[in-house]
Write a protein that binds this ligand. Structure first.
Ligand code: GAR
Length: 187
């Protein structure tokens, strides 16, 4: 199988990145992680890049040439697919256009509900019955692209923000690889 050269964008802990790295080591998994981009030099996830010897770059989104740096590196590593795994910055519209339908994101809610930040506190405040995660294509509107996979669970009366996050992330570790397999099975 020819694996898609993939770049994973992160901002923090990188547990989804770690999960994708493990999956990508399987010969039958459709992507190879060839590059990791973090907008935070202190993101814990960078350790996985180092541990698994995957090239990584740190970008400073406040700098004007940051977009150029991203594009140059995507080209350098021949990237054809992008996964946003806890990347907390908006992707530029030129990058979205260049990688049309080849950028996916994981979001910790059942989209279209609770786009944006602070999903768990808003869910609890709203007395939602269900929580979960969504993997979707990235378009120019925040958390609004076509859904690829969603996974849900019933919220328990004892659930707080931390428990919701933990339960959601367990589902994320299934949903993200599943979504990737689904995309490339159809291509
Ligand atoms: C994940 O739960 C992901 O759904 C969320 O950030 C977390 C990153 O965790 N993404 C967003 O909120 C994007 N709007 P990780 O760094 O451990 O993978």
């Amino acid at each position: 199988m020819v694996k898609r050269k993939t770049c994973v964008f992160i901002s923090g802990r990188g547990s989804n990145l770690k999960n994708l790295i493990f999956h990508s080591r399987d010969n039958n998994f459709p992507i190879k992680i060839s590059l990791i981009i973090s907008n935070d030099k202190n993101a814990y996830g960078i350790n996985y890049a180092k541990k698994f010897q995957i090239p990584f770059i740190i970008i400073n989104t406040k700098l004007r040439n940051c977009e150029n740096k991203i594009l140059l590196n995507l080209k350098k590593y021949k990237i054809t697919f992008i996964c946003l795994a806890g990347y907390m910055k908006i992707i530029s519209s030129s990058l979205i256009k260049k990688f049309n339908k080849r950028i996916i994101n994981i979001h910790p809610s059942l989209l279209p509900k609770f786009k944006g930040l602070n999903t768990f506190s808003r869910m609890l405040k709203n007395k939602e019955k269900k929580a979960g995660c969504t993997v979707h294509y990235v378009n120019e509107k925040l958390d609004s692209g076509i859904t690829i996979t969603r996974k849900s669970f019933f919220i328990d009366s004892k659930d707080n923000e931390l428990l919701l996050k933990k339960k959601t992330q367990i589902l994320e570790y299934q949903a993200f690889p599943e979504a990737i397999i689904k995309i490339f099975r159809n291509n």
